[in-house]
Design a protein around this ligand. Structure first.
Ligand code: ADP
Length: 249
């Protein structure tokens, strides 16, 4: 389940999106992600962050500009784990393969591997209702991992989790990023989460959204949770916060 080296480029060039009702969600979005990048996007509510991810996944078409992805292996994880309550954890994870027409034996094998990767080995037969919020999110991550994504899109996946679970999931995601080799595009409202996880943080303006600032986060991986208390971390988070404040005004 490791992506081949070199794939995972995602590029937005002057991307615009105007909805049929006339709402201009995005204008002139320029953003480049190279293999090895994990980019978080922060911005005021309603500035077009989710729209940006939907465009990247191909679920929606842009009305201007161009989006380039050098792989069709794109994973997508939402804030709501969107699990089928009557299917076991393993059967939920198999669903992605099912929808892609994967043979039964293959999707079972991949589901088992993915559940192991997210630390849920032994929970295969549990129903979603028997799992905690963090475990449900792990199932959702595992489901996307079965497709071996080379570009992984995250729409505020930890926004609904309690603080302790959220911090734990950040470390899990960081580990997956290091071991699985995907390019990450991650939406969040938390500046600390963005800086902790990312190689770069992009700040979006209020609607119509565009990228107004990109801040590099040069800390090497693996990053330990204590890094959040370092002066350099505070300086970078401060830079992002200031840009976000300016973008929201
Ligand atoms: P964010 O994720 O930053 O909160 P969204 O991408 O969800 O923002 O939405 C951006 C803007 O586009 C919002 O004003 C929203 O109401 C509008 N919008 C989103 N989807 C649609 C749609 N299908 N039709 C019309 N307007 C939409």
């Amino acid at each position: 389940m490791t992506a081949s080296v070199g794939t995972g480029t995602l590029r937005f060039a002057a991307v615009a999106k105007t909805f049929d009702n006339g709402t201009i969600a995005l204008s002139e979005v320029d953003l480049d992600l190279a293999p090895g990048d994990f980019v978080s996007v922060v911005g005021p509510s309603g500035c077009g962050k989710s729209t940006l991810l939907r465009l990247a996944s191909g679920l929606t078409a842009p009305t201007g500009g161009e989006i380039f992805a050098d792989t069709g292996k794109i994973g997508y994880v939402f804030q709501d784990p969107t699990l089928l309550e009557w299917r076991s954890a393993a059967k939920n994870v198999e669903l992605a393969g099912e929808l892609h027409g994967m043979a039964r034996a293959e999707r079972r094998k991949r589901a088992a591997e993915a559940l192991e990767l997210v630390g849920l080995a032994g929970f295969e037969k549990q129903l979603p209702g028997q799992l905690s919020g963090g475990m449900r999110m792990r199932v959702s991550l595992a489901r996307a991992l079965t497709l071996d994504p080379e570009i992984f899109l995250f729409d505020e996946p930890f926004g609904a989790l309690d603080e302790i679970t959220r911090l734990r999931m950040q470390d899990e995601l960081q580990r997956l990023f290091r071991t699985q080799g995907f390019t990450g595009l991650f939406i969040t409202h938390s500046v600390t989460e963005a800086v902790y996880l990312s190689t770069r943080v992009a700040v979006m303006s209020a609607r119509p959204g565009r990228i107004v600032r990109e801040v590099d986060v040069p800390f090497p991986f693996p990053r330990s949770p204590e890094i959040r208390y370092h002066a350099d971390f505070a300086r970078i988070a401060g830079e992002v916060s200031a840009a976000l404040k300016e973008a929201s005004s």
